[in-house]
Design a protein around this ligand. Structure first.
Ligand code: 0O3
Ligand code: SF4
Length: 316
């Protein structure tokens, strides 16, 4: 039987960002340095395959610090933690390594600076997401108010509209966030904040690549986990950019081949926490069924790398 032709567009950049790469390295290096078990508070990044591979090497994943013994090291996930968490680790005299992405820490520092300047903050983010909890948890309760949508802005009750700043989660939709920032500025003209928002380079670049790819593709798959905020945003961006069938898949097994019947082209990308081995698995699954032509859709080049913390570096 001859296989039908299919053009497979592969977005670039896609997959691991510098913060994810660093966080995974931190767990691996901690296991080398201290041996197993090493505890990790929350999934180091939101990907089951990454987590399972580290668990295999001796990492133990927990949700809260009180689930860790005091005599083993603990690592805080890439998404960041409220200030109370390292404070509690210190109080319990634990060894801890903070794998918070430096670009998330940058937002924490921004929040602390606004607070020192006497400003109350509005955070644009998703309720309950660990990054939002970690960033809001840099400051006392009530100092950071959360909005998820432009509609939420009308319901805000602030201390002083003249003494207000905004900060954002790093993995939001660039376009949706622009609308929320515009609503904030319309209601609170004195509000201060970053030039645009705090969305990171990796989030921005992956969304840009999807915008270039989606209009050409009959269907689009984003490789990523259901709890991965940045991956879910890529699905939404794909749909908004004109690809009616855009779906999140964790790996090749999740592909709904029936839904793809009759397509002539497919777009593939991966969230910042999805390993490239899963992209290869998905591409191979298409190669098995179609006469495949692979075309790259490149919208940016990335060469950012973050250093691991000093405590894990080899002595010079
Ligand atoms: O924040 P998100 O749910 O997208 O997290 P992931 O999927 O683990 O991706 C890494 C991003 C991150 C650690 C925070 O910016
Ligand atoms: Fe850091 Fe951005 Fe990656 Fe989050 S998505 S870990 S902020 S580089």
């Amino acid at each position: 039987m001859t296989r039908p032709p299919l053009t497979l567009y592969l977005a670039a950049p896609r997959g691991f960002c510098a913060g994810v790469d660093r966080a995974i390295k931190i767990v691996e290096m901690a296991l080398e340095k201290w041996g197993a078990p090493v505890y990790v508070r929350h999934e180091i990044v939101h990907n089951r395959f990454v987590v399972d591979a580290l668990r295999e090497k001796g990492a133990v994943f927990v949700e809260e610090l009180d689930e860790c013994p005091t005599d083993r090291p603990v690592i805080f996930s890439a998404h960041g933690v409220p200030r109370a968490v390292p404070a509690e680790a210190q109080r319990r005299e634990m060894i801890y390594v903070d794998a918070t992405c430096p670009l998330v820490s940058k937002v924490h520092n921004e929040a602390a600076r606004h607070h020192e300047n006497g400003l109350q903050m509005v955070m644009i983010g998703h309720a309950g997401h660990p990054e939002t909890l970690g960033t809001m948890g840099q400051l006392p309760d009530g100092e950071v108010l959360l909005v998820e949508t432009a509609d939420d802005v009308a319901g805000l009750s602030v201390r002083d509209p003249e003494q207000l700043a905004f900060i954002t989660q790093t993995t939001l939709s660039v376009d949706d966030t622009a609308g929320i920032v515009a609503a904030l500025k319309a209601r609170f003209p004195a509000i201060v904040g970053p030039h645009k928002e705090d969305i990171c380079y990796a989030t921005t670049n992956r969304q840009e690549a999807v915008k270039a790819m989606a209009p050409k593709a009959d269907a689009m798959l984003v490789i990523g986990a259901p709890n991965s905020s940045n991956s879910r945003r890529l699905v939404e961006v794909g749909r908004t950019a004109g690809c009616a069938y855009a779906q999140l898949v964790q790996r090749a097994d999740d592909i709904d081949w029936r839904a793809l019947e009759g397509i002539r082209s497919i777009g593939i990308t991966a969230g910042a926490s999805a390993p490239e081995v899963l992209v290869n698995e998905v591409v191979d699954a298409f190669r098995n069924r179609y006469d495949l032509t692979v075309e790259m859709v490149v919208t940016a080049e990335e060469n950012i790398e973050f250093k691991v913390p000093r405590v894990l570096r080899q002595p010079a």
